[in-house]
Design a protein around this ligand. Structure first.
Ligand code: APR
Length: 245
């Protein structure tokens, strides 16, 4: 049986399938991944994205964040892979998506049950009073200040050195225990605690399908069906296979 057919069979058999995505699913939307060729961390030192650095050098840190996140993301659109996952949810095959991405593309593709494990770039949050604001309400060319307490606002995504949002972490771990099938798409599986989630699903007895252009930390440890290639191509073939049967 082909790997695509096996993946479609597992999806049809599953009672509670969940998806876990990383930067690779957004590469075809023109959003650079973090590692590998053209990866962001090949160009920028990760220490510039630590929370301590942000509060020590807010203006400098903000200029960089605006340039490589807000400026890059503002015109990006979901690609066929994001829409395919929204379709799988609509057809009842997919119960939830846990994404490490902050690019809002699952949200824009129409997926409903999304857990943004590293937060998102739609909102800004005040480091002093914790109030949240829409990023689109501010001129992001200079560091925005909290309208109430004039403290610098930060993007509502997780910086290195920050905790994962408690609700996102708890809901994600619960889904990993609950799912009987996990589809892991476009992640190198190198950054914890997010990278621990597929391990937890495997430990809880879920079957694991991995879609990636290359082998990863997961492939020969916990994966049942490895589908090598681009997320949009592979998900298209799985949808065709599901439709065909
Ligand atoms: N289709 C499928 N997979 C792809 C594609 C594609 N078109 N393009 C790239 N990939 C794969 C790469 O082979 C790689 O395994 O996507 C993965 C991207 O890995 P990373 O850049 O490390 O992204 P990710 O795993 O999401 O990083 C995790 O690290 O820096 C932090 O907070 C950041 O959330 C991020 C976390």
């Amino acid at each position: 049986m082909s790997q695509i057919k096996r993946a479609a069979y597992l999806l049809k058999q599953s009672k509670f399938a969940v998806c876990f995505t990383g930067a690779g699913i957004s590469v075809e939307s023109g959003v650079p991944s973090f590692r590998g060729e053209d990866g962001l961390w090949e160009k920028y030192d990760q220490s510039l994205f630590e929370i301590d650095y942000f509060y020590k050098h807010p203006e400098k840190s903000w200029a960089l964040i605006n340039r490589i996140f807000f400026e890059v993301l503002k015109d990006k659109k979901p690609n066929k892979a994001h829409y395919a996952l929204a379709k799988l949810e609509e057809l009842g095959y997919m119960k939830a998506i846990i994404t490490q991405n902050i690019d809002n593309l699952h949200y824009l593709a129409g997926s409903k049950n999304i857990i943004e494990y590293h937060g998102n770039s739609r909102m800004l949050v005040c480091g002093k009073c914790a109030k949240k604001f829409n990023a689109s309400d501010f001129d992001l060319s200079s560091i925005p200040l909290c309208p109430d307490c004039k403290f610098p606002l930060k993007p509502d995504f997780v910086f290195f050195g920050e905790m994962i949002p408690k609700v996102a972490q708890e809901k994600s771990e619960e889904l990993m225990r609950q799912c009987d099938l996990l589809i892991v798409i476009g992640t190198s599986g190198l950054v914890y605690p997010a990278a621990f989630l597929p391990m937890l699903a495997h430990k809880s007895g879920a079957k694991i399908i991995e879609i990636n252009k290359t082998f990863t930390e997961y492939t020969d440890k916990i994966v049942d069906v490895f589908l090598e290639g681009s997320a949009s191509e592979i998900l298209k073939e799985i949808l065709i296979e599901l439709d065909a049967n």
